[in-house]
Ligand binder design. Structure first.
Ligand code: FEO
Ligand code: CA
Ligand code: CA
Ligand code: CA
Length: 595
């Protein structure tokens, strides 16, 4: 069949080598454009970036900071919308003199630099360019009004002085990766929201403090010190405000007036991504990772089926079942329901709303498998198998009880990360049981383990690698800390990394993008496709449906390099600060990327 033919379509590009250069490196025959950068005007009347005189009003009309998730939505011939998350700010890399807690205008700029952007694109001669569009372009920030929907909306724990109804909230925070729904909306995921809320250590002991502590809400002052200017970031003044963050937010990119909706039915955690697939009977499944050492993998399955008319799906994510994964050592697994229907949880929680608000505590109680920092989760469009990236876990077997190796997290410690391949039983995304196997144990495949210090039993040596059984280690690339992943339409897995500079086994190269076939004779044959500039992590990635353009978000180039930045000047010659930017990679001959 067609899928089979697609799988034997080999990757033919000449792989690049790991690098520490302050530039984008891609294979021969490829080129890239810097599509859009932090501070670029999104509207005809928006000002250009002026770091010495930046204002919140300007930043709200410009592309935000630290681009992460990238989603491509078609808009007819040669036109498209690109949605981009702006995860977080680092003030010392944005202002010549950063004064957190002292200069309110800087806090306001930072809040305006968070959130997301919708950007119209137009293609000319095979090349995508940004349109300063009044029709579609949009900024979403840490102050944009949003609706809270689903079972936890209006829950007592969601009520604050600013919003006594518990049904509205201002802003989204730390939106890392995300996903797209079958009906063409954007799912954007709040990750490390805990770092914005101060003074949990000052709350009286009790269930609210305990819940915040499980999510890592800051005990004292936060780094950005927004709490100095806004009470809602101080839990001694607004104890419930953190409960209103840590959600998956759904946004219609085609409607700039659409009020973003926090979908509480999908649970609350440090959401990395939320990717969708259809069940056999036409409902939607959403796969999600909670990016923390020893946290969990989740799946939501809607009650209703996906309908033809897109607007009829806008409430679909408000009703359904949330599950957490248990991955048994015999390579089977179970999706455990997190609701009052589960007797263990009915004994511990008052209602489904509380279970969703305290998702992590509910998952702790039902025997979910503690994973090595679950980052992106992505269903393969060709095979239907689901890939789960475990970015790394240096603490495995050192901190908590029950934190030793499991078959699904076999390395102790796990410095280089791994990728799990999950096959739902009956090949149905609505299944309650699955099989799993290790697809990659990342690292340097040519390291001689006999020279490694110490045998870290029980469990595999931390440097042991596995590339889906691919036999010729001399041909393989080196990869560590897999984070965001994407599939091209032929089922090749593209892996963006966050943490390769920490990998001693790799020789500390810059973060990068790699590609690995998941099927056929080259299954496991991983090769490096891109190297990022200094100090960055590589995010996105996202393909156009024709696989001829590959978008990547270059996040935090030169992070912590100060003023003027001493680490990076990327994109070329940007001073005094490098600028997080989205790039578009294409083949010079206009062909399909990779093939
Ligand atoms: Fe923001 Fe889990 O990376
Ligand atoms: Ca990430
Ligand atoms: Ca992804
Ligand atoms: Ca990461």
């Amino acid at each position: 069949g067609e899928a089979e033919a697609a799988n034997v379509d080999k990757l033919r590009f000449k792989p690049i080598q790991p690098s520490n250069a302050d530039e984008i490196l891609i294979p021969q025959g490829y080129t890239h454009d810097v599509l859009i950068s932090w501070g670029d005007p999104l509207f005809p009347d928006a000002p250009k970036l002026n770091v010495a005189k930046q204002t919140a009003a300007a930043q709200e009309r410009q592309f935000g900071y630290n681009n992460d998730f990238v989603g491509f939505f078609e808009l007819g011939d040669d036109r498209a919308l690109l949605v981009v998350n702006h995860e977080y700010s680092t003030g010392a890399d944005m202002f010549p003199e950063y004064n957190p807690g002292v200069d309110k205008s800087q806090a306001d700029v930072e809040m305006a630099a968070h959130g997301g952007s919708v950007v119209e694109l137009k293609k000319n001669g095979g090349r995508w360019k940004v349109v300063k569009s009044k029709t579609y372009n949009r900024r979403i920030t840490a102050t944009t009004e949003m609706e809270i929907t689903g079972p936890a909306a209006r829950h007592p724990l969601m009520k604050t002085k600013e919003n006594p109804a518990g049904a509205r909230v201002h802003g989204m925070l730390n939106n890392c990766s995300g996903g797209k729904t079958p009906w063409g909306t954007w799912l954007t995921c709040e990750e490390n929201f805990n770092q914005y809320f101060a003074n949990n250590g000052l709350l009286p002991d009790g269930p609210i403090k305990a819940a915040h502590a499980r999510y890592g809400v800051t005990a004292g002052a936060t780094g950005r010190k927004w709490e100095a200017f806004y009470d809602r970031f101080d839990v001694t003044k607004e104890p419930n405000e953190p409960f209103r963050f840590g959600w998956v937010v759904e946004i219609d990119p085609y409607d700039p007036t659409f009020m973003p909706r926090k979908r509480t039915a999908l649970g609350r955690c440090k959401h990395e991504a939320a990717t969708t697939a259809l069940t056999k009977d036409g409902r939607v499944a959403v796969y999600m990772g909670d990016d923390q050492q020893f946290d969990y993998v989740y799946k939501f399955v809607s009650k209703g089926k996906v309908k033809k008319k897109r607007e009829n799906n806008f409430d679909l994510l408000d009703e359904g079942v949330l599950y957490v994964a248990r991955m048994s050592d015999d390579n089977t697994g179970e999706w455990i329901e997190l609701s009052m229907k589960n007797p263990t949880l009915a004994a511990l929680f008052k209602d489904d709303g509380e279970i969703l608000i305290k998702t992590r505590l509910a998952a702790d109680a039902v025997g979910a498998t503690a994973m090595d920092r679950p980052e992106d989760v992505q269903p393969n469009p060709v095979s239907g198998k689901v890939y789960l990236t475990m970015t790394n876990n240096s603490a495995r077997m050192t901190v908590r009880p029950n934190a030793g190796e499991t078959a699904a997290n076999p390395r102790v410690p796990n410095f280089n990360g791994h990728i799990i391949e999950l096959t739902e039983d009956g090949d149905d995304h609505g299944a309650k049981t699955f099989k799993w196997e290790i697809f990659l144990l990342c690292g340097n495949p040519t390291i001689d383990l006999k020279t490694e210090a110490g045998d870290l039993t029980p469990g595999l040596a931390s440097s042991a690698t596995f590339f889906a059984g691919y036999a010729d280690a001399s041909k393989l690339g080196k990869v560590a800390s897999p984070d965001n992943i994407a599939f091209d339409s032929r089922g090749n897995l593209w892996i963006a990394t966050d943490g390769q500079p920490s990998s001693v086994d790799l020789g500390r190269p810059n973060d990068a993008m790699h590609v690995v076939p998941t099927d056929g004779p080259d299954r496991g044959y991983l090769r490096q496709f891109l190297s990022g500039p200094k100090g960055c992590e590589v995010c996105g990635p996202e393909f156009t449906p024709d696989d001829k353009t590959l978008f990547a978000a270059i996040q935090h180039p030169g992070e912590d390099g100060g003023f003027p930045n001493t680490i990076s000047t990327w994109p070329p010659d940007n001073k005094p600060f490098p600028r997080p930017s989205v790039i578009a990679v294409r083949r010079k001959d206009g062909g399909v990327i990779g093939s």
